[in-house]
Design a binder for this molecule. Structure first.
Ligand SMILES: Nc1nc2c(c(CN[C@H]3C=C[C@H](O)[C@@H]3O)cn2[C@@H]2O[C@H](COP(=O)(O)O)[C@@H](O)[C@H]2O)c(=O)[nH]1
Length: 343
């Protein structure tokens, strides 16, 4: 049954209905859904896929909750100013972190940096540590680069750690677990607790004079808890299907590849010139809002085809993101360049 339209879906629909440079070709929907379904079935995509990633925690306990909170607090803006090609073989100087002998870039460089710190006995996932105990230099050391380029937006990462660490210590007795308990197994309630208390998750913008909610990191935080805990314990939410796709810069590129997004020639030109898209700008909001709506239409179509599959927007998103990383070199359009703490 269709999810109660939450504020993110309402915003995504409004953005899609009022866009000038980004469109969702409905005629491609069935083909794209077949591709998604075939591949998700082949890989038997489920919440279990989340833990299979080498850098994701293998034990689901209270320390893991603090790990997931910190990762999704910092889960933004990994693209490199150096790496204009953004291919799977990165520019040798772009920010990378080596862990267990493997060099990681992008989102995985964040996981590698946090895991490296923990292995070195640094209590980096402890909100008291990153909120106030550690010095700026000690926090910067956690993200030490193993290449020439420093971690992108390092000062912003330190700022959001200070902000969130202090709130967790002052209002939630030092752990995000207390936010989860307060939400009482409601994803929608936890979403509100996150955006009401942690400013850097407040991914809300103005579009055509209306407030639009994208909430990418707040939603992926809930989704990662749900996936890591396999829908139980700290990951149990009776309304998890109200969570939408996470509007980052990687999935829109893959949606375009699937034929679920189409861009105006002017927008394609700007993307190819690696132009900067300010956070909250019209084109950036159109790309992000249409991405959410395109995944919602795909989810509805999958539900019409086979309701027993229980495929929600989270699993579609996780699959498309993982697939995007695999076909990174075949992408027709580049990702868009925005610097913000939102994604
Ligand atoms: N929509 C969506 N965005 C996601 C993820 C993830 C990581 N999720 C993993 C965990 C479980 C899943 O199975 C995934 O394997 C990171 N990002 C975003 O991508 C960008 C980084 O890209 P690159 O520079 O290429 O590494 C950046 O904005 C980051 O916030 C996702 O799942 N969905």
């Amino acid at each position: 049954m269709p999810t109660k339209e939450n504020k993110v879906l309402e915003s995504a629909r409004f953005i899609s209905e009022n866009s000038k440079n980004v469109f969702i070709p409905k005629e491609n929907l069935d083909n794209a859904v077949q591709t998604i379904l075939t591949n998700m079935k082949k890989r038997s995509y489920s919440t279990k896929t989340w833990n299979e990633h080498p850098l994701h925690p293998k034990v689901a306990d209270c320390r893991t909750v603090d790990w997931i909170f910190l990762i999704d607090l910092l889960n933004f803006s990994f693209w490199s100013d150096l790496d204009v090609s953004d291919k799977s073989v990165p520019h040798p100087d772009r920010y990378a972190v080596t862990y267990d002998g493997v060099s990681y870039t992008g989102y995985w460089s964040l996981c590698a940096a946090i895991n490296r710190a923990l292995d070195n006995g640094i209590p980096i996932t402890n909100p008291e540590y990153y909120g106030s105990q550690a010095s700026d230099e000690e926090l910067a050391e956690v993200f030490k680069s193993d290449t020439k380029e420093p971690a992108p937006m390092l000062a912003e990462r330190i700022r959001v750690m200070r902000e969130a660490g202090k709130v967790l210590c002052e209002k939630f007795d030092g752990s995000f677990i207390n936010c989860i308990l307060e939400a009482n197994h409601s994803a929608a309630k936890l979403l509100d607790i996150i955006i009401d208390n942690f400013g850097s998750f407040n991914d809300v913008h103005d579009f055509h004079g209306r407030k639009v909610f994208i909430l990418k990191r707040a939603q992926i935080l809930i989704a990662d808890l749900w996936a890591c805990f396999d829908g139980e314990s700290y990951g149990e939410f009776y309304d998890i299907d109200s969570i939408t796709m996470f509007a980052d810069y990687r999935v829109p590129q893959a949606l375009y590849q699937l034929g679920l997004l189409r861009y105006s020639p002017a927008l394609i030109k700007r993307l190819e010139k690696r132009e900067y898209f300010p956070s909250g700008s019209e084109d950036e909001v159109e790309i992000r809002g249409n991405s959410i709506w395109a995944v919602e239409l795909a989810r509805q179509r999958i539900e019409e085809i086979d309701p027993s599959l229980k495929i929600n927007a989270i699993l579609i998103d996780f699959y498309i993101w993982d697939m995007a990383k695999e076909i990174q070199d075949q992408m027709t359009v580049p990702t868009h360049c925005t610097r913000s703490c939102f994604y």
